[in-house]
Design a protein around this ligand. Structure first.
Ligand SMILES: NC(=O)c1ccc[n+]([C@@H]2O[C@H](COP(=O)([O-])OP(=O)(O)OC[C@H]3O[C@@H](n4cnc5c(N)ncnc54)[C@H](O)[C@@H]3O)[C@@H](O)[C@H]2O)c1
Ligand SMILES: N[C@H](C(=O)O)[C@H](O)COP(=O)(O)O
Length: 337
């Protein structure tokens, strides 16, 4: 049973031209079913009113701070207003809206770090639209880490996509493929394994997380005959983590690692690059997988899909992944208390 008086989840509005605002409004409309934890939106209130009206949703939208959200949520949508001119143009990102999108994420993180919200749930952004407004990160994951820097030290953030017991972590994230072999270092993989093991225990209640590492090359390098990274970079990281008492195995050939009887033996799989991790999970669970950031002092989740410009403002599209992101954030925040 969800406690309406607990601190709310902080939901950032995301790209106004995308499907995120539609799904936020739709999920708010579903709250009486009891499956949607109380949340406050960080974004532009006037824009959200216009999008609700376009979708034919009769929703009262009220400016609020997180402390009042629990009381307001049963009746109206609490919005921590980020001022700006945000026109309602589904499918057509506007340069002038970018600063509101960036500021909404920063404000959601600040309130969550201060303890006023339980966790951050982000709606999808269109990164290219933000660069003109000074955004310099490849995605939320790196921006959130920068916002969580303490005493000048930025934590290493891990991207994890999760659906039920399938959890995948790309060791490198939004980087060109040709840079991946240079970026995979034994140190990076050791740190990735440590953070993953710690956060699976702390936030997912898995007492001894079992972690598998994928290889980089076909057949995990076939004993050094199809590339050396598997033998010389990944295997030493696995050995070092094992020595620390972390339950790790690998490197395994990535193509057969995602065969269900194989992945089911592990609580999480560390892949070497973005698509090696995300293709399998989006193939089997695009509708319901959740993107989670590990390694931060706060909980952050998001739906696994993007801005879906083709669906924005139409009322079509699935809210299942966004709903799953809200529920998982709620559970993770509870587990970490
Ligand atoms: N968390 C994030 O901020 C995030 C995540 C992924 C992609 N993106 C961004 O989104 C933009 C578009 O990316 P893309 O086109 O590769 O992926 P996308 O997920 O936006 O769309 C891919 C396909 O899936 C469909 N789709 C997406 N969400 C859906 C939903 N809820 N219900 C039904 N169908 C849905 C779309 O209509 C499209 O056909 C890019 O700028 C990308 O960087 C952001
Ligand atoms: N790679 C993610 C995905 O495809 O789901 C996505 O771009 C989100 O990344 P951030 O959470 O870093 O914005």
């Amino acid at each position: 049973m969800i406690d309406d008086h607990a601190a709310p989840l902080a939901v950032s509005m995301g790209e106004p031209a995308g499907i995120g605002p539609d799904l936020i409004l739709r999920l708010f409309s579903e709250r009486k079913g009891g499956e949607v934890p109380p949340f406050i939106v960080y974004g532009n209130a006037q824009f959200l009113r216009e999008r609700a009206s376009r979708l034919g949703l009769s929703i009262e939208i009220v400016g609020a701070r997180p402390g009042a959200a629990g009381v307001i949520f049963p009746h109206a949508l609490p919005v921590c207003d980020v001022e700006g001119d945000v026109p309602d143009t589904p499918g057509e990102p506007q340069a002038g809206s970018a600063s509101v999108v960036i500021e909404a994420i920063a404000a959601a993180v600040a309130d969550t770090r201060a303890g006023a919200c339980r966790a951050v749930v982000t709606a999808p952004i269109h990164k290219a639209a933000l660069y003109g407004a000074g955004f310099s990160h490849p995605g939320h994951t790196e921006y959130l880490a920068a916002l969580c820097a303490t005493d000048g030290v930025t934590p290493l953030p891990l991207m994890m996509l999760a659906h039920e017991d399938l959890r995948v972590v790309p060791a490198t994230i939004h980087v060109p493929l040709h840079e991946v072999p240079k970026l995979i270092t034994t140190e990076l993989l050791i740190e990735t394994g440590r953070i993953l093991s710690r956060d699976l225990a702390h936030r997912f209640d898995i007492a001894v997380p079992r972690i598998a590492f994928a290889g980089l090359n076909p057949h995990a390098g076939e004993a050094g005959t199809i590339g050396l990274e598997d033998r010389d970079i990944i295997a030493p990281a696995v050995a070092a983590l094992e020595e620390e008492g972390i339950a790790v195995q690998g490197p395994f050939p990535a193509d057969t690692l995602f065969y269900p009887p194989h992945w089911r033996q592990h609580d999480a799989i560390v892949a070497m690059y973005h698509d090696q991790a995300l293709i399998p999970i989006k193939t089997v669970a695009f509708d319901s997988a959740v993107n989670v950031t590990l390694g931060l002092p706060i909980v952050r989740t998001s739906p696994d899909h993007g801005t879906a410009f083709d669906l924005a403002g139409t009322g079509r599209g699935s809210a299942a992944s966004f709903r799953a992101a809200l529920k998982l954030a709620d559970r993770m925040a509870e587990a970490g208390r």
